[in-house]
Design a protein around this ligand. Structure first.
Ligand code: ATP
Ligand code: HSE
Length: 320
């Protein structure tokens, strides 16, 4: 479920009046997603997605997210295009929440990942990074290295209830990452959450990249590491090297990476694993039993974290 804020017919009609999209023919809440309220609105001019931004999104970040989607879409990235109102604005209030209309993208996210998907993802990610190069705004990664320890501190007391010894294990990993995090790698706009459920495919080709609400300015190779973890592992913590090689090779064919980026890949992937482990752990220990949104399993990422800890160099990911 992800409809936290209900929208009345009258409120929707008044909202759509501010755009040139015609009237609503239907409006259905979308069950997928956990962060924001999403509706599929059929209008007289076609389908649109209506998003009401909920509490975890800082309204101050919305101009960055919407501006970025606008920028990328204009450069041919298949991402949602924010719809401008009659006043030229993309962001307004609905039912007391910041809200925006964006274009509807066709396709389905892949439930079973194949090397072919990783191949297409590698190209799409590199294109996204290239298209973001001249985006003028920046946003600090709110879930980057300096944010991990404070997040850990907020759930450390319950970590061992999830897995015996987890608190000590994470404490050691954080110390290693704090000591060994790379500096000076190529930086730019990254998606930062490009999991399979944020990538739509249609007839085996990518038709949509969605959910830019963690996008920020950080190491480009960190985004690659996030994808490596999210697309190339088969539980528990087993890397499919063919998938990794296809992802990395296709990425490098579009954006050549530096030797420093290749060398940093194990530590970036370890960091990317702990980032998702920590947000999942936080949600796990803070979600009441019986809540409508089921928290994701933090231990999936513990296995991935352990894999990278044991890695000697980027050859483990199939890089020649
Ligand atoms: N532009 C779009 N076109 C088509 N469908 C969309 C679009 N944006 C969102 N959706 C649908 O809404 C669902 C939820 O969207 P999204 O992943 O952005 O939700 P969220 O709650 O913001 O994020 P999260 O995945 O972080 O929980 C998607 O899985 C997809 O089905
Ligand atoms: N992609 C995230 C959740 C949404 O941000 C995860 O799998 O933990």
């Amino acid at each position: 479920m992800a409809v936290y804020t209900e929208v009345s017919d009258d409120a929707l009609d008044a909202f759509l009046e501010q755009y040139r999209v015609g009237r609503a023919l239907s409006c259905k809440g979308i069950a997928e997603g956990v962060e924001n309220s999403n509706y599929l609105v059929q209008t007289e001019t076609g389908p649109l997605i209506l998003t009401l931004y909920e509490k975890r999104v800082d309204p101050g970040d919305l101009p960055f997210f919407l501006g970025l989607m606008d920028h990328l879409a204009a450069r041919g990235i298949p991402c949602p295009t924010p719809v401008r109102g009659r006043d030229g604005e993309t962001l307004r209030l609905l039912a007391g929440r910041p809200a925006a209309l964006v274009s509807f993208l066709s396709g389905m996210w892949p439930r079973h990942i194949t090397p072919h998907h990783c191949d297409r993802l590698g190209t799409a990610l590199a294109r996204l990074h290239a298209a973001g190069r001249d985006f003028p705004m920046t946003r600090r990664n709110g879930l980057g290295l300096p944010d991990w320890r404070p997040l850990f501190d907020r759930c450390a007391d319950h970590a061992d209830e999830v897995h015996p010894g987890l608190a000590a294990e994470l404490d050691r990993d954080l110390a290693d990452l704090e000591a060994g995090w790379p500096v000076g790698l190529p930086t730019g706009v990254i998606h930062a959450d490009l999991f399979p459920d944020n990538v739509f495919f249609l007839r085996d080709e990518i038709s949509g990249l969605i959910d830019f609400y963690f996008a920020c300015t950080d190491f480009l190779a960190y985004d690659v590491a996030v994808c490596l973890n999210a697309w190339c592992f088969e539980r528990p913590g087993e890397l499919n090297v063919t998938k990794a090689r296809r992802l990395l090779d296709r990425y490098r064919a579009t954006r050549p990476v530096t030797d420093a980026e290749v060398a940093a890949l194990p530590v970036l992937a370890q960091g990317a694993a702990i980032r998702f482990l920590l947000t999942r752990l936080y949600d796990w220990v803070n979600t009441p039993p019986g809540a409508l949104v089921k928290p994701k399993d933090p231990l999936e990422y513990l296995h991935i974290l352990r894999f990278h800890r044991g890695v000697d160099g980027a050859a483990a990911y199939g890089l020649a």
